[in-house]
Design a protein around this ligand. Sequence first.
Ligand SMILES: Cc1cc2nc3c(=O)[nH]c(=O)nc-3n(C[C@H](O)[C@H](O)[C@H](O)COP(=O)(O)OP(=O)(O)OC[C@H]3O[C@@H](n4cnc5c(N)ncnc54)[C@H](O)[C@@H]3O)c2cc1C
Length: 218
Amino acid sequence: MVRLKTCIASILVDDGRVAGLGLANGERHHAPLVLANGDVVTMLTELLAPEHLPTTYADRVRAIRRGPSAVLVSLGLDTIPAQPARMFIREGGLEFGIGNPSVIDQTLAPPGHAALTILCLLSEEVASTWRRGDIDYRGRKTAFADHLIKVTERTVMAGLSQHIIYSEVASPATFSRYARSINGNIYGAARKSMVSPDQDAGAWVDAGRGRNDNRCWN
Ligand SMILES: Cc1cc2nc3c(=O)[nH]c(=O)nc-3n(C[C@H](O)[C@H](O)[C@H](O)COP(=O)(O)OP(=O)(O)OC[C@H]3O[C@@H](n4cnc5c(N)ncnc54)[C@H](O)[C@@H]3O)c2cc1C
């Protein structure tokens, strides 16, 4: 059974062994094995009670630096841009990537329309300053997205803003909220995982083929 929209609050331990999960709604589920696929630091230092980890190991886990987060602008367009499927822009200290997959797969959007993404990586330090509770959070998000769209328009896609019929913006705080990752990291750790490779899977595995590199805009 897969339980969606279910928050895990703790990993249960009995006599030094994993014994199951405690849900945020108070339910407890017993199991001999737990596979945790979320943020490694949260798993080891928050879901697991502190007494279950040696202090030096817990300190090393807390010191893990995370890779970047991002601002992601997802757009629906009423045209299919003729530009390549992948472009990278570097202008005025700003670096970001543009994904234009509809140019190679027109089934991604209704006929004559396109899905376009603009992804600007942010270092962990910058990402940590994005907080949903901040009074200017929404304004900051909108301004950042507008700037990315303007630079895209100026550099590679003239007239882009006239073709936008749908827009959604994610910030580091959005990634934190939905992936439950610290500082909204989108690729896991910035350096090698502390768990041996045969026990490790997912975003926290050491970076290798098939991943973006970790260039960030500070
Ligand atoms: C915008 C964006 C662009 C990307 N681009 C690329 C790319 O081009 N190339 C590439 O290789 N990678 C890319 N990535 C990274 C890639 O998507 C991730 O590395 C990968 O999805 C991580 O998979 P995962 O299964 O390890 O973790 P996740 O997909 O994050 O899965 C972990 C799940 O656990 C859940 N969870 C965590 N904690 C709890 C809890 N306490 N209770 C309940 N559920 C919990 C989360 O909600 C989440 O659903 C990108 C990521 C983003 C966000």
